[in-house]
Design a protein around this ligand. Structure first.
Ligand code: PLP
Length: 455
């Protein structure tokens, strides 16, 4: 089943000029894991809100304030329905996934016990928990999947209050077995936080049906990874937890009454949404949810899986290219991190961009422990020592990978262009003359004949 929504995305009309060859080339965007572009309907909703309904929410009796409050609150229901949250869960708005995950860590901070975090997590689903109390990690296996034996062992060994687990890795796209994780965690009395950053726009999500024990307790995701502009995100959280935790961001909007020596906090979501929210961003996120629902998440998934399979099949034919993790495409979202023998990851991404207009990401993808395992780095201490001595992870010989991540408007022609380009990169057949300068690879333009040196 193929989806064709390409024409709805203005970015698909973008053409670039190669800094190396001077040739025009289409932009092929394979950086959806970082942020997605918005389709016309979302751009229109965003702009329309700013033009016609712009006003602060919740605190006004005038027409526009009522309109903007309704538009904002409407997205709460849309988001809740879109991810299949339970009746006793609420949607709290946040700025980005990191903010939503910090909110979850905050909500659980005062509860006794440790947070059990997988070694596959993006730093944003690890460091917030470390900042709030003790954290124990469970490992990944030789395939790049979470190690369920280690998970169960750690659950039995520690008093775990919260399990933090991603719905899909931002590095390998691998999807941990959430049904089992949720049920096991619940059996041990722990709550579960799912980082849905890489899932919201790519997989059908029906939270209450994950496992057989009611689904995860928390779910975090952001609009900028789901075809909305940056600035809108949300956390699904149990109402009971929201009502009992201290306000996340105390301030305007979080109180019923304030005296000089006292503050009475409101309950529910507003308790944690202090200050003026990014209303246009949230409204646009609602439009992005409408857009995705219009296609249907089963169709989205089928389309991206088809492309992912084509990508793996093509990459398999390219000598010197190795992707990270061994899970089959069915167990991943459309994100592939790969290394090319003898070519630094930053140079891979630079050549793909400069000579083919293909946007990939490279580095360690804010998942250093996972990368250390996946790349088989025997001596992570050496990396630590080099950083201490002033090196940055951008150095050309620093471990890392390049990453191509698919979105709904990519098509098979994009994948074919990528595979052709990767062939050339793997054969070191690029045209530019690249050198490392100031933390990046640059193509040295040949001096134009007759131009005096230094002119
Ligand atoms: C799995 C995962 N979690 C969290 C984040 C952080 O997301 P944000 O940039 O929205 O804070 C990312 C970003 O790439 C991610 O991939």
């Amino acid at each position: 089943m193929s989806v064709d929504v390409r024409d709805q995305f203005p970015v698909t009309k973008t053409r670039l000029t190669s800094a190396v060859t001077g040739a025009g080339m289409p932009l092929t965007y394979f950086d959806h894991g970082a942020s997605t572009h918005a389709p016309e309907s979302v751009l229109h909703a965003h702009e329309r809100f700013i033009r016609e309904a712009y006003s602060n929410v919740h605190r006004g009796a005038h027409h526009l304030s009522i309109v903007s409050t309704e538009a904002y609150e409407d997205v709460r229901w849309k988001a809740k329905a879109f991810v299949g949250a339970r009746k006793d869960q609420e949607v709290v708005f946040a700025e980005n996934t990191t903010d939503a995950l910090n909110l979850a860590a905050h909500l659980m901070a005062e509860r006794p016990g440790v947070t059990l975090v997988s070694a596959m997590e993006h730093h944003s689903n690890d460091l917030p928990h470390r900042a709030k109390g003790p954290v124990v990690h469970f490992g990944t296996d030789e395939n790049g999947q979470v190690d369920m034996r280690d998970f169960e062992k750690k659950l039995a060994e520690h008093k775990v209050k919260l399990v933090a687990i991603t719905a899909a890795s931002n590095v390998t796209g691998i999807r941990p077995p959430l049904d089992d994780i949720v049920d096991l965690a619940h059996a041990f009395g722990a709550k579960v936080l799912v980082d849905g950053a890489q899932a919201l726009a790519h997989l059908p999500t029906d939270l209450s049906r994950i496992g057989t024990s009611g689904g995860p307790d928390f779910f975090a995701a952001a609009g900028h990874k789901a075809y909305a502009p940056m600035g809108g995100a949300f956390l699904v959280a149990p109402r009971e937890v929201l009502d009992h935790a201290e306000p996340y961001r105390p301030g305007g909007g979080t109180v019923k009454f304030v005296a000089l020596d006292d503050a009475m906090w409101v309950d529910g979501v507003e308790r944690h949404e202090g200050g003026t929210p990014n209303v246009p961003g949230i409204v646009a996120m609602g439009a992005a949810i409408d857009f995705l629902r219009g296609i249907g998440m089963e169709a989205v998934r089928a389309h991206e899986l088809e492309l992912l399979k084509a990508m793996f099949a093509g990459m398999e034919q390219i000598p010197g290219v190795r992707w990270l993790g061994t899970a089959p495409p069915e167990d991943r979202v459309g994100t592939v991190s790969f290394v090319v023998d003898g070519v630094p990851h930053a140079l891979v991404s630079t050549v793909l961009d400069n000579e083919y207009g293909i946007a990939t990401r490279n580095g360690c993808f804010c998942a250093h422990p996972y990368l250390v395992d996946l790349l088989g780095i025997d001596d992570p201490e050496m990396v630590r020592e080099r950083i201490k001595a002033g090196a940055t992870t951008r150095e050309p010989d620093f471990p890392g990978a390049a990453r191509a991540s698919l979105g709904i408007y990519n098509d098979i022609a994009d994948v074919e262009r990528f595979l052709e380009a990767l062939h050339t990169v793997a054969a070191k057949g690029w045209k530019g003359d690249y050198s490392w300068a100031d933390g990046t690879w640059v193509h040295q333009r040949p001096a134009i004949a007759g131009t005096p040196a230094g002119a």
